[in-house]
Design a binder for this molecule. Structure first.
Ligand code: MN
Length: 228
């Protein structure tokens, strides 16, 4: 039995729809520029710049419907995303085997301090200041694949105060979910509890306090978040 010198931090976890049990979270991998129109709106060419990955921290997940406006920024953007939750992992997973590692799916916001991220890009610095801040990942419960299957197409959208801002289709991902798992598992050993944020369609923009963000992924879940 291990005895810690301080109280151990709580295990990050997400609720599971239809269950009283929760899903323990290990890592948050996020794919950048995985929808062509969003790649273009960020000023890049999807034909020349393939998607890439960064991370957020597990303790940034929030499921209480609140997003506290973060410090140090005046340009915080929404990015609605489908999230994959892994029940197992490994190295060098083939695309054909990838779906067998998925426990379920959720809908989340990859909130981004765009102004600070922009400085990081310009200066060639890491992205954590823009992506991995506190509360940066409002998320729904996980919906098990045993209940909803494996969504590969269908609408993904986000409304800001009742006005549609982002619209896309899961089928428009440049790297589909099996390809993301194959690629990631060649660079890291994926493990049970890992989440993958699968990218956002075009239409990102800035929030302010009091805004209501409603997100949707067809066949998965609806997310409802207020900026506080
Ligand atoms: Mn994103």
């Amino acid at each position: 039995m291990v005895t810690y010198v301080i109280d151990p931090p709580p295990q990050a976890a997400l609720p599971v729809a239809g269950s009283t049990h929760v899903f323990p979270v290990r890592r948050l991998y996020c794919v950048g520029r995985n929808y062509a129109e969003h790649t273009r709106e960020m000023g890049f060419d999807p034909d020349k710049e393939p998607p890439f990955f960064f991370m957020k921290t597990p303790d940034a997940l929030r499921t209480d419907g609140k997003f506290p406006y973060p410090p140090g920024t005046s340009d915080v953007h929404w990015e609605i995303e489908l999230v994959v939750a892994l029940k197992s992992g490994g190295r060098n997973i083939n695309k054909a085997d990838a779906l067998g590692h998925i426990y379920g799916y959720a809908v989340a916001l990859d909130m981004t301090r765009r102004d600070l991220q922009g400085v990081s890009k310009k200066m060639g610095r890491p992205w954590e200041i823009g992506k991995a801040f506190d509360d940066a990942a409002p998320c729904t419960a996980i919906h098990p694949a045993s209940a909803i299957g494996h969504p590969a197409k269908g609408a993904i959208w986000l409304d800001l105060n009742g006005v549609r801002k982002q619209t896309g289709d899961l089928a428009d991902m440049i790297w589909d979910i099996p390809s993301q798992i194959e690629y990631l598992s060649g660079l890291w050993e994926l493990k049970a509890g890992d989440l993958i944020f699968t990218g956002t369609p075009a239409g990102v923009g800035a929030v302010k306090k009091g805004d209501r963000l409603k997100g949707h992924v067809a066949g998965v879940a609806d997310l409802d978040v207020t900026v506080v």
